[in-house]
Design a protein around this ligand. Structure first.
Ligand SMILES: *Cc1c(COP(=O)(O)O)cnc(C)c1O
Length: 392
């Protein structure tokens, strides 16, 4: 067998293959250029146009575009009117921004565990951590697989909680025939270049509720509102907001990108199916479930190591694959075990046992629309080489 690059052998690839990469095409560039030389480069018509397209693709009434996905989460917390005694139930298996947004609003994030099969929030543990102070449920469509929204909504409805979907990974996906964006009271999107469509930095919140949309627009612009439409120079602040604004040229890029979402999604889904075919029988690896009632958004392709079949730990395997020039990643170090969450909320190992077991097994493989079959074959070859080397 070939020597691992980690041990001085020749890497499977000569050049680095990142785990994610944007797809920006000539028409995207032209859309930005046109906007840059128009009358407005921020707060102009391109933003409203992008918002209409976002709302239409999910079939909801309102979309509010903001500076990034984190700002979208914080805007959703502000719109929800969370206050310091409130608790928000969320998953530990997410980018820390999901829980950080709750902290910034002064409320308390409470972590429920995940289902090992889907890696999404487990409804039974959500019930278990609920309290009289719970106000909202922040679900995360991890890797792009929509959560079991019927089960989560049943609990939320029973308790009168607001539901927020962090759909940074799942734009383009769906659940029981309904598109992502229409599966919660508010849906948060990110347009970071690693995500499904990009505006450079950017994000949005989608909602069917006019009252929430009004608050989202207000927090984006310092909390200002104009009580009397006839005197636009007189504004008022009832609650201080933020500057969460996105620019017009980013929104123009967003509209151009959104129009090609079906093609970008199809490219990801094709590569994901090809991965699943080629990795199904790979020793030392397991793949998460794909429940048939859900359309995966395929932001990430995650696989699970089988430690009982391997002689090396996760870090060694990640290091070995990266030495082969395969840009594998770990999504994510669990939120509840970050030093801040341990110190502030007393979170400790054992709080979310399923997530903690899963985290030690996760590997994110490269997946992006411009990746070629040859690139993907390199990933599969490197996995075979590395997992073969460390086979028990
Ligand atoms: C990327 C991401 C965010 C934050 O989005 P930014 O645009 O990077 O601020 C929030 N939640 C999840 C799950 C993400 O993956």
């Amino acid at each position: 067998m070939d020597t691992l690059a980690l041990l001085g052998g020749t890497p499977v690839r000569a050049s680095w293959l990142p785990y994610a990469r944007q797809t920006v095409e000539r028409d995207d560039v032209e859309a930005v250029t046109r906007t840059l030389t128009a009358d407005w480069i921020t707060q102009g018509p391109a933003i409203a146009e992008f918002e209409r397209a976002l709302a239409a693709q999910a079939g909801v009434a309102h979309a509010v575009a903001v500076a990034n996905g984190t700002a979208a989460l914080e805007a959703a917390c502000w719109a929800a009117g969370l206050s310091p005694d409130d608790e928000v139930i969320t998953t530990p298996l997410t980018f820390a921004a999901t829980a950080n947004a709750v902290v910034h609003q002064g409320a308390r994030p409470v972590f429920a565990d995940v289902e090992p099969r889907t890696l999404n929030l487990d409804a039974a543990t959500v019930k278990r951590v609920a309290s009289s102070r719970t106000r909202a449920l922040f679900a995360v469509d991890f890797a792009g697989l929509p959560c079991d929204y019927d089960a989560l909504h049943a609990i939320a409805r029973e308790h009168g909680w607001l539901t927020v979907a962090d759909a940074a990974h799942s734009l383009g996906g769906g659940y029981r025939g309904r598109p992502v964006g229409a599966l919660a009271d508010m849906t948060v999107l990110s347009f970071h270049p690693a995500k499904l469509i990009t505006t450079g930095e950017g994000g949005a919140v989608l909602t069917d509720r006019a009252d929430l949309a009004e608050r989202l627009r207000r927090v984006r612009h310092h909390g200002l509102h104009y009580p009397d439409g006839k005197t636009p120079w007189r504004n008022e602040i009832a609650e201080p907001g933020h500057n969460f604004r996105i620019t017009d040229f980013q929104a123009a890029l967003g509209s151009s990108q959104l129009a090609k979402l079906p093609r970008l999604h199809a490219a990801r889904a094709r590569l994901a199916a090809r991965y699943r075919e080629r990795l199904a029988a790979m020793e030392g690896l397991e793949l998460p479930a794909l429940p048939p009632e859900r359309e995966h958004g395929w932001h990430l392709f995650v696989a699970l190591l089988r430690p009982e079949r391997l002689t090396a730990d996760q870090d060694t395997i990640l290091r070995a694959l990266r030495a082969e020039n395969i840009g594998v990643m770990l999504h994510y170090p669990l939120v509840h075990l970050h030093p801040f969450y341990r110190a502030r909320y007393g979170c400790a190992p054992g709080l979310c046992p399923q997530a903690e077991m899963i985290e030690k097994r996760l590997v994110t493989l490269p997946l992006f629309p411009l990746m070629t079959d040859g690139d993907q074959d390199d990933v599969v070859a490197a996995l075979g080489k590395v997992l073969g080397h460390f086979a028990r």
